[in-house]
Design a protein around this ligand. Sequence first.
Ligand code: APR
Length: 256
Amino acid sequence: LAVIAVILLVVILAIVLGVTLSKRRDDFNTKFMERCQKFKGYNCQKIWNAFQQAYVNRDHCDVPTEAYDPLIATAPFESLCNRMMFWSKTKNVVHDFTGGKDCFKTVEDTLLGSVLNGLEWCGKNGSSETFTTGCPKWEECEKSAVRSFWNRVSAAFGDFACGNVTVMLNGSIDTPFSPTSIFASVEVKKFKSPKVKNLNVVLVIQKNSVTNCTNESLKNLTMGLDKGIGYRCFEVPDSHLKECGSDPEKPCGACW
Ligand code: APR
């Protein structure tokens, strides 16, 4: 009897665990679809399929950025000339700013960026499933499903850049243009003249800021820019950005 009881218990536990895991997967798929459907004119089922094929049946840390090429191709960006906003170490301030106005767009405002923002996912060798827990953390491996996605979509966003491009950098740190950031290592390198005319750096300044537009790392930024791309730098207090970003009367780009 005891043996049967143990077997029953194990079976019940296995079922509960299975249901929980598949619910998590369904939640992920539901969130993906709901977020995707906010964008009109895209085939979200096709986008989901292309998304999955990038990482399923692959080891946690072995997803090359190119695996996301088909996904990028199924969800092209809408035209965004003069309105593209890049950022580095300013995640909250930049999204507070762009969220208040319908001017500038970050990659997180595009279909793929907004659908996957804040989510965690990965695959596993020999399995066709999507896992949403126990996936490697950002620092753990360079080619995780998540990190390769952000590198790939950022490369596409950088490639797409045109006209006057803006980047919000953090004036409270020593190295606002950090060579290991996605902005420096992926996006800037894609900016090409004459498609990109000018890069505006908005250096977000706080009371205790240690940096200004003469910062050494910004010199590296200007030196690495494709020849022919203009450069301007604005030191803008974060309080001013908050105020100006929420003022609907202020036209786009009038906050610096
Ligand atoms: N650990 C965890 N997450 C990280 C890490 C890390 N060490 N590094 C980067 N990330 C993830 C986080 O989600 C973080 O919010 O990348 C985000 C941005 O990292 P930052 O260092 O602040 O900036 P950067 O690497 O330049 O990436 C932002 O890339 O996504 C594009 O267009 C976007 O221009 C933007 C840039």
